[in-house]
Write a protein that binds this ligand. Structure first.
Ligand code: ASP
Length: 342
């Protein structure tokens, strides 16, 4: 049987970093030497692979929509030549990037697996080697033909993942959706979850990589005593989109009517206001409590059980398509790539 071909796209992050006087930092070419020393990568059971490296390599804290465009461009350029793609990326914004690419790659029908490491490949006890080998196998198997995130033994839907540990080796979780696969002694696929995605969201026959544009998005986390009027000038005058991280099921304090007035005004001016919950798990249900019902009346839309990462990147994607505001509001509440449960 012909071997599968996988393209590794190295964008930066701890996995390929080296020690410097100021701490770990990316270094061009360093990862190629490391990969040459990983025996498993040249095993007969491994797919064939090539690697491309971004210039500059980034600590992922510096990733912006421009890098998401570069990743999408690379996948589109090599889409016909490879059976799957493994994206090496820093862990800090890995969940954002996987989420962004899940929206940008319309009609994707090949695996795109994001991975990284907590410890660089050049250091003792690096988790990068196993994360890379597992990602290569997931990409070559071709069962998960969507954007996924592979870390430790978990293979998660990219737009459902969150980074939840700054230093643990099991650094990512997906609180509102089952793992797509579990890489224990063998790789067990959760076919029901994967099939569900393919059935509900693959409409296009060929890949269309949508390029993102700069958009003005803010996130406000509600906390006891928050003074909404502090945010009024930016909410009403400058923002394209606002993600509100509310309490519980979409609740905000109602002792001060300022918020609903400000949100109504922001919505009237064209800002898309999306309500997410600051709880890692569960779903927003706008109007479930009186405290919070004002959000329904003010034109805000429910983010359902989307992560904040998914809400921000979905907003960026929809704003980049220059759709009418009401269409963006409708699509924010519609499941496009398996990012929310209806
Ligand atoms: N700061 C690093 C990055 O996100 C952390 C990591 O890769 O684990 O690039």
């Amino acid at each position: 049987m012909e071997k599968k071909k996988i393209l590794i796209i190295h964008t930066g992050g701890t996995i390929g970093m080296v020690r410097t006087a100021n701490g770990f930092a990316p270094k061009a070419g360093a990862i190629i030497e490391e990969l040459q020393q990983i025996r498993d990568l040249n095993s007969p059971y491994m797919p064939e692979w090539d690697i491309i490296e971004f210039d500059p390599l980034l600590d992922s804290t510096n990733v912006r929509y421009e890098q998401w465009n570069s990743i999408a461009d690379a996948i589109a350029l090599y889409y016909d030549k490879y059976d799957g793609f493994v994206v090496l990326h820093g862990t800090d914004t890995l969940a954002y990037s996987a989420s962004a690419l899940s929206f940008m790659l319309e009609g994707l029908d090949k695996p795109v697996v994001f991975t990284g490491a907590q410890i660089p490949l050049c250091e003792l006890r690096s988790d990068g080697r196993d994360n890379l080998i597992t990602s290569m196998m997931i990409a070559a198997d071709g069962v998960i033909r969507e954007v996924s995130l592979c870390f430790g033994d978990a293979i998660l839907r990219g737009n459902r993942a969150i980074k939840y540990s700054a230093d643990g080796m099991v650094a990512f979780t997906s609180p509102n959706y089952n793992m797509l696969a579990d890489a224990g002694i063998s790789i067990e696929y959760n076919h029901a979850c994967i099939n569900d995605y393919v059935k509900s969201t693959l409409h296009s026959d060929s890949l269309n990589a949508v390029r993102l544009k700069k958009s003005r998005i803010a996130v406000i986390k509600v906390f006891p005593g928050i003074q909404f009027e502090i945010f009024e000038p930016i909410m009403c005058e400058t923002l394209d989109g606002l993600v509100l991280e509310t309490f519980g099921k979409g609740n905000i304090p109602d002792y001060d009517p300022a918020l609903s007035r400000i949100i109504s005004e922001a919505s009237r001016c064209g800002t898309i206001v999306v309500v997410c919950t600051q709880c890692p798990a569960g779903t927003v249900s706008l109007g479930a409590y009186e405290a919070g019902s004002a959000l329904v009346r003010s034109g805000a839309v429910s983010g359902g059980n989307m992560t904040t990462e998914a809400a921000i990147t979905k907003l960026t994607y929809l704003l980049s398509k220059d759709l009418p505001k009401d269409e963006i509001r409708r699509l924010m509440q519609t499941d496009l790539r398996g990012e929310l449960t209806k």
